[in-house]
Design a protein around this ligand. Structure first.
Ligand code: GTR
Length: 327
């Protein structure tokens, strides 16, 4: 039985409604959360997956996507997925770092040489192994989605080399690895959810943040931090998670259908992502953001200790080696 007492009243209501509907119509509505708005590639890709699932199941299985943080921030969604109150969540894999340590691997700084290298890894055995690594923690990984490269952006002065980040207050995702990366470049890391970053930058609670072009643009961070420095320090991918509790109640045929539909949404997502990256960059530049070239080698040298500290198990060491050897 689900412990709905853990949930907010609205959420518990939605859950009961969907359970009731499922019983009435002998159909199951799966709910999926995303913090991004409707026109963001992650949301559009899961909606496409939903169409595939609906069509192939003859309407028996449906997925309703709640975008724009309607079900809370990423940590809230992850918690609900773990409890089985929510079927799916598309989150940054960084939001899983402290829950399932293997997910730290694809966030290691300067690990991927290019987008092609990232895709080769995520589409191969290493990607599959990392996707399935969180089952014990309660999460079935359905797909990796693109998130480009994350770069540093600042309010007051452009960052050109690692000397410039010394002493800066820098917002990071809520992950020990992200905190350590910023500390390694001399910054003071301030972890917080994405929804608080705009105000933190605007009020000067932080001097800087880091993200890809689409999130820098869609979160309006460019309005309050106009120097975007191409540090490209990590290529942390997005991950589509399914609740293990709900998964175990599905038939093998439905599980296969969901896995296939998720996998098939990946090429569509990548196409949307490439378009959105270019579009977002154009939007922010038009609005006055300065895109700055940096001394990347200085950042790369500074973050090396992070590998030793966070690549802690034989499995993670093996994954890193295989990633580095992937052509
Ligand atoms: C974005 C990612 C979000 C969120 C955000 C953040 O790139 O798509 O899921 O994790 O970064 O920095 O919090």
């Amino acid at each position: 039985m689900l412990r709905t007492t853990f949930l907010r009243p609205a959420l518990a209501g939605a859950l009961l409604t969907s359970v009731a509907l499922a019983t009435a119509a002998q159909a199951a509505e799966l709910r999926s959360a995303d913090i991004h708005p409707d026109d963001y590639p992650t949301v559009m890709a899961v909606r496409q997956m939903a169409e595939t699932v609906k069509e192939r199941s003859g309407g028996k299985l449906t997925i309703r996507v709640y975008s724009g943080s309607a079900l809370g921030n990423e940590n809230d969604s992850i918690e609900q997925v773990k409890l089985g109150a929510l079927a799916m969540a598309r989150v940054s894999s960084a939001a899983m770092h402290n829950i399932c340590e293997v997910t730290r691997v694809p966030s290691l700084p300067f690990l991927f040489r290019s987008k092609e290298h990232l895709h080769a890894v995520l589409d191969g055995d290493v990607g599959t192994e990392m996707l399935s690594a969180c089952e014990k923690a309660g999460f079935v990984g359905l797909a990796w989605y693109d998130s480009g490269s994350r770069s540093m952006y600042t309010r007051n002065k452009p960052v050109k080399s690692v000397a410039d980040t010394k002493g800066m207050k820098i917002r990071v995702q809520q992950s020990d690895l992200s905190v350590a990366m910023v500390e390694a470049i001399g910054g003071n890391a301030t972890p917080m959810p994405m929804g608080e970053v705009y105000t933190a930058l605007k009020t000067g609670l932080v001097d800087a943040a880091e993200n890809n072009f689409p999130s820098y643009e869609s979160g309006h961070h460019y309005e309050v931090a106009k120097y975007y420095s191409l540090t490209e320090h990590t290529m942390t991918p997005e991950i589509l998670l399914f609740s293990k509790r709900q998964w175990d109640r599905l038939s093998a045929a439905d599980q296969k259908l969901l896995r296939d539909a998720a996998r098939e949404s990946v090429p569509y997502m990548r196409k949307l992502w490439a378009e959105r990256e270019a579009k977002s960059r154009a939007v922010v530049e038009k609005a006055g953001s300065q895109v700055v070239e940096v001394d990347k080698a200085s950042f790369q040298a500074a973050v090396q200790p992070v590998y030793k500290r966070f690549v802690t198990t034989p499995q993670m060491q093996d994954l890193v080696k295989r990633i580095q050897a992937t052509q």
